[in-house]
Each structure stands twice: as structure tokens, then as C-alpha cells.
Design a protein around this ligand. Structure first.
Ligand SMILES: Nc1nc2c(ncn2[C@@H]2O[C@H](COP(=O)(O)OP(=O)(O)O)[C@@H](O)[C@H]2O)c(=O)[nH]1
Ligand SMILES: [Mg+2]
Length: 274
């Protein structure tokens, strides 16, 4: 982890990426709550049929700290976030945050996440560490969420408690280092994949407790497809990491041991490999 110069900290540019799909009843409240705190917002709307995108445009016209990115169609929160990350990086953000647009995440916690990047490269707002909580979720929803995090934690062999949450803060260097083009997850798996990639790249990931509350308006976009995607993506991520490590080893051996110069016979022998 490279330390940020303390003198630069005050001038750090941060932006909250807010993916929206049919969040008409929520988008204004969350955007205003963030703007009032002086936090820059990038709404990423996937052409919501309920007019969320147009409402976001009005907010952007009124509030200087608000921008909107319009995408043609709904492709899941993963691709929406990736578009947001690229835009934020291109515009010079030092810290890039993820947050749900349905007010499940408390705008008052954004500063805590930002502050925690003093000692971390990625900060996760966590429901499953001491002090974290969930309000108003039924038993099934709790089971899917907690079970999903436990499953991913076990299969990936990591210590993170909340792998599926969507309240996160990345230091710019993390997003620049991760190969964003290679991130293909669309639903909750996106949260698992990005955190796992950051850990594997050697970044420091910390969890801070948050109080999560179920949405009051609009509907969840969680679906069976999203849950199934997370179920198969997790072992696939681990497998890919293992294969990557195995492929790396022979190369490391090759670098460590100087290769003897070929004899003239070997050098002129026909090669079998392409
Ligand atoms: N742009 C975009 N946003 C999405 C999409 N799917 C979900 N979201 C947003 O992602 C956030 C989390 O989704 P939500 O339905 O609340 O998931 P839940 O909290 O797990 O029930 C919300 O702000 C959604 O509007 C999508 O396909 N495109
Ligand atoms: Mg939600």
C-alpha cells in the first residue's frame, strides 16, 4: 500500500458511483443527501423505463456536483459500475465509491469510508462485522445474503465477512491495477470478483461496520439468475486464480535458473512446439 501524502488528503477528489434502474422514488433523495454533504455523484442509469434518467438529468442541471451517465440498456450492475469507474478515473478521481441508489446505505457513512482509506486501498461497508447490522430484511433475504458471503469466503479462502455488499471505496490505484476489461460478472458476483481481484493483487482491503436498511421505495433487482451467477462464478474465480498460479510457476523457475546455451545440434533440431 502506498501512503497518500497527508498534505494531499484534504484535496483528494472522490466520487460516488450510483447505479440506477427504476429508482425514480429514491434517486432525488439520495443525490440531494450526498450533494448536501459536498460529495460528488455520478449516476449511471441504464435507460430506466420509469424516467429515473430524466430525473437525474434535472438534478445534474441544478447541482454542480452531480453528473449522469446514460447507458442504452439494462445489463446488470457490474457493467454499469465499470462504465462509472472508467468515467471517474478519466475525470481524475482519487477515490471511487460504490453505493446503492435505494437509500439502503446511509449517506452519512460515506465520510467514514473515505476516512478509512488512510490505512487501506479498498474499504468495504460491512454488515457482517462487529457493529454492522441489517434492518427490515426478511429471513429469506438474510439467508441469501449471509449464505452467499459465507460461501464465497469459504471457497475463495479469504477473511472478508461481507463479500456481496455494494458500499465500497476504492483508491484509484486499485482500479487502475485491476484489469477492468476482464471483470465480467454482472450481479452480486461483481462485488465478490472486484474484492477478490483486489486481494489477489496484494491490496489492503478492510471492512468497517455499517447499518444497512432495506429499501422503502421501489423494488429489488435481485433475481434467481443473479444468485445463480454468483454461485458458479465463485468457484470459477478460484479456479482461474489457481490456474494462473500454476502457469506462473514454470515461468518463475525459468527465470531463476539460467538456461544453458543450446548445443549446435539442439539449436538446429526441428521444433515441435508452435
Ligand atoms: N444501472 C443499473 N443499475 C442497476 C442494475 N441492477 C441494479 N441496479 C442498481 O443497483 C443498486 C442495487 O440494486 P438492488 O436492486 O437494490 O439490489 P438489492 O439491494 O440487493 O436488492 C440499485 O441502486 C439498483 O437500482 C442494472 O442493471 N443497471
Ligand atoms: Mg437495494
Amino acid at each position: 500500500m502506498s501512503k497518500i501524502d497527508p498534505k494531499r488528503r484534504g484535496a483528494l477528489k472522490s466520487v460516488v458511483c450510483l447505479p440506477t434502474y427504476n429508482e425514480r422514488e429514491n434517486v432525488e433523495r439520495i443525490v440531494r443527501a450526498l450533494a448536501q454533504r459536498g460529495i460528488s455523484v455520478l449516476v449511471i442509469d441504464d435507460n430506466s423505463p420509469d424516467g429515473t434518467g430524466e430525473l437525474a438529468n434535472c438534478l445534474a442541471a441544478e447541482l454542480e456536483s452531480v453528473e449522469v451517465l446514460h447507458r442504452e440498456r439494462k445489463e446488470g450492475l457490474g457493467p454499469a459500475y465499470l462504465a462509472g469507474f472508467r468515467h471517474a478515473l478519466a475525470n481524475g478521481a482519487d477515490l471511487v465509491l460504490e453505493m446503492d441508489a435505494d437509500l439502503s446505505h446511509d449517506p452519512a457513512d460515506v465520510e467514514r469510508l473515505i476516512e478509512a482509506t488512510r490505512d487501506a486501498d479498498v474499504v468495504l461497508g460491512s454488515r457482517y462485522v462487529n457493529g454492522g447490522s441489517i434492518a427490515n430484511w426478511g429471513r429469506t433475504r438474510r439467508f441469501v445474503s449471509a449464505g452467499g458471503s459465507f460461501y464465497a469466503r469459504l471457497l475463495l479462502g479469504v477473511r472478508i465477512r461481507d463479500l456481496t455488499g455494494g458500499f465500497k471505496c476504492y483508491r484509484r490505484e486499485v482500479l487502475e491495477t485491476l484489469d477492468l476489461d476482464a471483470v465480467t460478472s454482472r450481479g452480486y458476483a461483481f462485488q465478490i470478483e472486484t474484492t477478490y481481484r483486489a486481494l489477489r493483487a496484494g491490496f489492503r482491503v478492510v471492512e468497517i461496520p455499517i447499518a444497512f436498511a432495506d429499501r422503502q421505495h421501489g423494488g429489488s433487482k435481485m433475481s434467481r439468475k443473479i444468485v445463480l451467477e454468483a454461485m458458479w462464478r465463485v468457484p470459477a474465480l478460484r479456479l482461474r486464480a489457481l490456474i494462473g498460479r500454476l502457469q506462473q510457476r514454470p515461468r518463475e523457475r525459468g527465470i531463476a535458473k539460467p538456461v544453458a546455451p543450446p548445443t549446435s545440434a539442439a539449436a538446429s533440431a526441428p521444433r515441435n512446439r508452435p
